[in-house]
Design a protein around this ligand. Structure first.
Ligand code: 8YV
Length: 332
């Protein structure tokens, strides 16, 4: 890097080692209090920074991007999903966008497996019994019975990196792998996973025991699991979502869970994060819904590797090269 260091604004508190390295390399403005920036603060940031490092909790929409100064050249997202950023608006302004793929694939897939087991095997209910003051009444043949996972059909909605990592794990648990995707994956991957491709998402949904949502949120996937599609799902089936809340019509899902038209759901993401409704809390008390606070990729190792990727993207960009994790506007 030659000349003046790029001015980098980071919107949230990142791991200490990442922040230290960023301070060494760049003219970095950190958010040590970790209080999310307001929209006016984000506008101020894009007016002064050469690089903005946002996270999933910052909405970098067209209105913000249009107020950016000419000096803003790069939005280096600390996260894989880039639905928080209007990539097309950034591209129109000549601003490059990067993300942090691959380093959170395995952590997220591990968490999805845990969610997939948690609902049918009543993991959270069991843990709550042990933690309650009344305690455990003792073993009984008909108590705490869940549903077997092994031998069932798993329908993966979106067979990208995370979808395939979930499929590999699920196969080891004895699930058969089915998937729906914009494009059929390479035959070698299909063979490795012994996966069945469904051209019709509707037909797949009607035949699965567990459905895992693993596609990105784009305008094309908003409410992909719509009310109509949720009605196709078998009443014995479970739905797992660690992708983005907006991909499922959440109200319709809650209706289906309350009416017993779907057996259960595990959600790590929500339509209006971080708000949790009383309906959701009730379903969760009833053991029909397991909720996690968007922690699919939350490991110490993952977060520091995400930070590394952000740094590499910024450095390569200012060294005059194409950053490794550049995100292009979608063709949808
Ligand atoms: C991250 C995620 O924690 O990377 C993603 O797309 O959903 C999360 O796992 C978050 O996005 C960080 O910005």
């Amino acid at each position: 890097m030659t000349g003046k260091k790029p001015q980098v604004v980071v919107t949230r508190k990142l791991p200490d080692a990442v922040e230290t390295r960023m301070r060494e390399l760049f003219d970095t403005e950190l958010n040590l209090d970790d209080v999310p920036l307001t929209q006016p603060q984000l506008v101020a940031a894009v007016k002064s920074a050469d690089v903005l490092v946002p996270t999933v909790s910052d909405k970098i929409d067209e209105a913000i991007i249009n107020q950016a100064g000419d000096q803003l050249k790069l939005i280096a997202n600390f996260g894989n999903g880039t639905d928080n950023i209007d990539i097309a608006a950034a591209s129109r302004r000549g601003i490059t966008v990067t993300n942090t793929p691959r380093v959170l694939t395995d952590d997220t897939a591990d968490m999805i497996m845990a969610m997939m087991l948690a609902v049918p095997r009543r993991l959270v209910e069991g843990a709550q019994v042990m933690a309650s003051p009344d305690g455990w009444p003792g073993w009984s043949p008909n108590w705490m019975l869940g549903r077997r996972v092994s031998g069932k059909r798993l329908g993966i909605l979106g067979m990208g990196r995370i979808g395939a990592a979930v499929a590999r794990r699920a196969k080891a648990f004895g699930l058969s792998i089915h998937y729906s995707n914009r494009q059929r994956v390479h035959p070698d991957l299909e063979e490795e996973l012994e996966a069945t491709y469904w051209e019709s998402l509707d037909q797949m949904l009607a035949r699965m025991d567990i459905i895992s949502v693993n596609c990105p949120f784009t305008p094309a996937t908003f409410h992909l699991l719509s009310k109509r599609r949720l009605e196709l799902i078998q009443p014995t089936a479970y739905v797992v979502n660690a992708a983005r809340g907006e991909i499922i019509d959440e109200e319709a899902l809650l209706d289906a869970l309350e009416a017993g038209r779907i057996s259960g759901a595990a959600l790590d993401v929500f339509e209006n994060e971080p708000a949790v409704s009383s309906r959701m809390r009730k379903l969760s008390e009833q053991g029909k819904l397991v909720m996690l606070p968007h922690m699919g990729s939350a490991t110490v190792e993952g977060r520091s590797e995400m930070g590394e990727k952000v740094i590499i993207n910024i450095r390569t960009f200012f060294d005059g090269h194409r950053p490794p994790d550049r995100v292009l506007p979608s063709r949808d």
